[in-house]
Design a protein around this ligand. Structure first.
Ligand SMILES: [Zn+2]
Length: 396
């Protein structure tokens, strides 16, 4: 709507008079920002309401992705809007410089895998690489005009940051809040390192679905179970069927004998069983997949470590001891055939979790690690969360 000239609200004069953008304009703006490094530092006045933005520090592993720049620009809009509304805004910025990504970047760039490096030389190379990549990322963040507190940029590998996490550890340790524990973790037997979920890629790979006969202890007959991991029979602690699976209604509560190893394990009715996969009955072993991990925890089963950190079968695997997983799988299939426990082997395509560095299938191996007790503080945490206002509330 066209308003009479005198009624137009005053918008102030634009700072830039030019009608088209010129990259050279930025030089002056950047210089002005540089002259005022504390422009966006967090400095609340007395009684000024505080608005905290919980930004995850970006992870430098190459040039900053345009999608990430867009996401941070949206955070920036929120920060600027709340400053204009009179709130003291904490908009921190840091770089997450730990982890596997930078190691992989160095391996790719030099064509030399981690294990062929001298440790100190490799760390030095990673430092050099992350310095360049990290600074590049920071430069982009400043240049696109994010109003973060760049005067206090933090780095997760800095001495200060490490001292801070160590101080937390030292505070909680005497209170007994940290403990060592054995928990299954994603493990790459080629890199011989635990993996974070982000380091795993799921790939469709050819696999053998092995159909095996488990003798039912009371009542006779066999329960047929299909698995892609017959080398884990030694670590089988239970088998499960779906509670609604009409084929197996009479079985839960009974036991079966595990072929090749002879342990007797319970048949359990559980909704994690997939009636459409294989025979619909599945073995629960430590650990073939994420479902196994959940089942061992829920049913409080005692895990058996059948595969070690180098991807070889352990003592617990008996006649398979010392073999790599693939060779052990073949040998287990042969042995099942010899003993008449093999029904058939079916070629399938299986979604296989692999290490994004070595592209090798990962294992789930129990390893000793530090854990922080949290469950006993659940109510306190909930109460604290309700003393803050979350936007949007679903992030509470
Ligand atoms: Zn790996």
């Amino acid at each position: 709507m066209a308003l009479p000239h005198s009624d137009r609200p005053s918008m102030g004069e634009p700072t830039l008079k030019e009608k088209a953008w010129e990259p050279s304009f930025e030089e002056g703006i950047l210089a002005a920002w540089k002259a005022e490094p504390n422009l966006y530092a967090f400095a609340p006045a007395r009684r000024q309401p505080v608005y905290v933005i919980d930004t995850p520090p970006p992870y430098p592993s190459g040039s900053w992705h345009i999608g990430a720049v867009m996401a941070y620009s949206m955070i920036d809009m929120i920060a600027r809007a709340h400053r204009m509304l009179g709130l003291a805004v904490l908009f921190p910025f840091g770089l997450d410089r730990n982890g596997i990504n930078i190691e992989r970047t160095v391996e790719k760039k030099t064509g030399k895998p981690l294990h062929r490096w001298d440790r100190e030389a490799f760390i030095a190379e990673c430092r050099k690489e992350i310095e360049a990549i990290g600074n590049g990322l920071l430069e982009v963040a400043i240049r696109v005009g994010l109003s973060a507190d760049f005067a206090h940029t933090y780095y997760t590998d800095s001495d200060e940051y490490r001292a801070f996490s160590q101080a937390i550890f030292l505070e909680l340790w005497p209170k007994g809040l940290f403990y060592r524990g054995e928990r299954p973790t994603f493990w790459c037997p080629v890199c011989e390192t635990p993996l974070a979920e982000a380091d795993i890629e799921y790939e469709d790979r050819a696999a053998s679905l092995v159909w095996m006969k488990f003798p039912i202890l009371s009542g006779g007959g066999d329960l047929t179970i299909a698995t892609t991991r017959p080398e884990l029979l030694a670590a089988c602690r239970a088998v499960m069927v779906h509670p609604d699976d009409a084929r197996y209604r009479s079985l839960p509560g009974k036991e079966v004998r595990v072929p090749l190893y002879g342990q007797e394990v319970p048949i359990i009715a559980h909704p994690n069983a997939k009636p459409e996969f294989g025979s619909g009955a599945a073995m629960i072993c430590s650990y073939g997949d994420m479902v196994d991990i959940a089942m061992f925890r829920d049913l409080r089963l005692e895990p058996v470590k059948a595969i070690d950190e180098s991807g070889r079968m352990t003592e617990a695997a008996g006649f398979l001891k010392g073999l790599k997983v693939d060779a052990a799988r073949e040998k287990a299939i042969d042995e099942l055939r010899v003993r008449g426990a093999l029904e058939k082997v079916e070629a399938i395509v299986h979604k296989t979790p692999t290490c994004s560095r070595s592209l090798n299938p990962i294992e789930f191996i129990s390893s000793d690690a530090w854990y922080l007790k949290q469950l006993e503080f659940r109510e306190d945490l909930k109460r604290a969360a309700h003393e803050m206002e979350f936007r949007p509330p679903r992030h509470r």
